[in-house]
Design a protein around this ligand. Structure first.
Ligand code: WT7
Length: 572
């Protein structure tokens, strides 16, 4: 495919010469950026916050926070004290010790960030849960991880089946009117009294840091474990991909319930000592542009679905704001349409830089850098120190322009270290030759740029969120009217994909719009709003293999009017 490459614009970039860096890069060099390279004492939260509080960055703003009700800022010195207080609350009233799983289930707020950092300072493994999760999703994750402590709000507590979770010992509540008992503790009451001093728990670089649950095409969501060593990747990619420099004001729009919101909403920017803007509340184009204007945001990391919504809101709105502070824009999560890149050039006069990575990879792996040409539609080139290739199903590297499995040579610092409780699942990610296989298909052009082609499996990416069809199907068949369900992703111009469910009803149920709505609500309430099918189609029967597996591939072919392919395994 021939595309017009977007040239490099002038600037002093942290990564001036990609080719040379790729040639000579050594992760060992990055270690020197951290205090543990001298002291031997490791903890990511210490490197991200406390270390800066002892330097010229002490009074630099670390966090600008705002939502419809609050508007606050905190320096690195403040963040150190506040995360120490949170750590002391968790330790003294939650008995949190190294290795314990501490889950955090709440909307964005400064306290969410203090708690995450505080838990990490104690050597605990943090499990962030997206606020939209409903009871079933919350239960699955707390149960699988064996979480001992949960930090949540009185409103969200309804969705936490505390009595059914024997390993969950302490539930901290942040909000008004907390009724305390053996299990429930008023977080803020303790927080106000807590000491601002703390001895950070030193850990091994390979000790657990964070557990993000993510979806696959089969089975329940899996717990992807990252370790403190990931800080090498977070730091270096923040320097070279986000290009954060001392004066930057950085805004990542992702929620910490997803990996982008932790790796690049917490770890990367603060490891680099940057001023980080965090905005709570819901998406509204006017608010977004106003955020950029009000804070003078210079570096902005978001997702294709958000850019497409902004694009849909029209160019007139853009003109009402002064967005002149912006100098670098990035995207992640799904394919970044060339059309969106062109829109970005038009309204911001800046290139939008696509980055590719996954929950499992912990950090960016294939990216567009400010100092290289951008080919709209391409994810870019592998980060220095990362070997990416297109391989066949046996792990043989394919030549340029051949489509195959996008694979990464094992060993980058932020690679997941475990699928919690599921070593077989973990092993299934790897192929002979030490390749980590992503599940994406792609090709590489002659110049080493990678081009995304699709998912190899049935995983759905809707508005940048990853949804496992199996999880939705399982919830659907819990509804009394549903006999069978098959779920696919259907291409959508704004959301990337939407979730479409094909449903066969049980005897005695009539097809109706009310029933459709009821089933949608059932998934919304039981799983999460973003997992509810936007479209439902009733069928008498669903295509199945002889062994009874729903053939999503056939459903997709029906939906998109494509050939159904090999049907030899289908039952009559
Ligand atoms: C899947 C991983 C890492 C944060 C966001 C998503 C898709 C991710 C791109 C991109 C095309 C992309 C892939 C990948 N994806 N980035 N730049 N172009 N597709 O993390 O929820 O773990 O999903 O997102 O299919 O495998 P995730």
């Amino acid at each position: 495919m021939k595309v017009e490459a977007l040239p490099v614009t002038k600037g002093d970039y942290n990564l001036a010469d990609y080719d040379q860096a790729y040639e000579s890069f050594d992760w060992k060099e990055v270690e020197k950026e951290f205090s543990w390279s001298e002291t031997g004492r490791v903890n990511l939260a210490h490197e991200a916050i406390d270390r800066h509080a002892e330097t010229h960055r002490k009074n630099k703003v670390a966090l600008y926070y705002r939502d419809p009700e609050r508007n606050e800022k905190y320096t690195f010195a403040d963040m150190k004290k506040l995360s120490n207080q949170a750590a002391n609350v968790l330790k003294n009233f939650g008995d949190v010790e190294k290795g314990d799983r501490v889950f955090i289930f709440m909307p964005r707020s400064p306290e969410l960030y203090f708690s995450i950092l505080g838990a990490i300072k104690l050597g605990a493994i943090v499990g962030p849960l997206f606020e939209a999760f409903m009871e079933g999703a919350v239960r699955d994750r707390l149960e699988d991880s064996g979480a001992k402590v949960l930090v949540t709000t009185p409103e969200l507590l309804e969705r936490v089946p505390v009595d059914e979770l024997p390993e969950l010992k302490h539930v901290f509540l942040i909000g008004d009117g907390v009724k305390e008992d053996d299990v429930h503790i008023d977080f803020m009451a303790k927080f106000k009294e807590a000491s601002k001093k703390l001895s950070v728990e030193w850990v091994d670089r390979e000790d657990g840091l964070i557990l993000h649950y993510t979806s696959g095409s089969t089975g329940k969501p899996k717990g992807v474990l990252h370790v403190h060593n990931a800080m090498l990747q977070h730091y270096q990619t923040t320097k070279w991909v986000l290009d954060l420099q001392e004066e930057d004001v950085y805004w990542c729009t992702a929620d910490p319930g997803w990996v982008t919101g932790t790796s690049y909403g917490i770890f990367g920017p603060w490891l680099a000592g940057a001023s980080n803007v965090i905005v709570g509340g819901r998406f509204k184009p006017e608010h977004w542009y106003k955020t950029i204007e009000d804070y003078g945001v210079t570096v902005w990391y978001s997702a294709p679905t958000a850019f497409r919504m902004l694009m849909g809101a029209g160019d007139e709105i853009v003109k009402q704001f002064d967005l002149g502070s912006l100098r670098h824009i990035l995207s992640v999560g799904e394919p970044l349409n060339p059309e969106v890149v062109r829109w970005g050039m038009k309204v911001f006069n800046l290139r939008i830089h696509d980055t590719w990575w996954m929950t499992e990879t912990g950090g960016q792996l294939i990216c567009n850098y400010p100092s290289i040409e951008v080919k709209p539609g391409s994810m870019g080139k592998p980060f220095p120190g990362v070997k990416a290739a297109i391989v066949d199903d046996q792990g043989n590297e394919l030549p340029p322009n051949r489509m195959g499995n996008l694979a990464i040579k094992k060993g980058w610092p932020s690679m997941m270290r475990q699928i919690w409780n599921n070593p077989q699942k973990y092993d299934s990610y790897f192929m002979p030759g030490d390749w980590y296989v992503s599940g994406d298909s792609a090709y590489m052009d002659e110049e080493g740029y990678f081009w995304f082609q699709g998912r190899v499996d049935d995983v759905i990416m809707t508005s940048g969120e990853r949804v496992g069809p199996f999880e939705v199907e399982s919830k659907l068949v819990e509804h009394p009217a549903v006999a069978e369900a098959g779920v696919i992703g259907k291409p959508d111009p704004v959301r990337g994909e939407i979730i479409k469910a094909f449903i066969a009803l049980r005897d005695g149920y009539e097809i109706s719009d009310e029933l459709k709505e009821e089933i949608r609500t059932f998934v919304k309430k039981g799983l999460a709003a973003h997992a509810a099918p936007r479209e439902i189609e009733f069928r008498d029967k669903l295509p199945k293999t002889r062994s009874g597996k729903i053939m999503r591939r056939v459903l997709k072919a029906w939906e998109l009017d494509l050939p159904t392919g090999d049907l030899s395994t289908m039952e009559d």
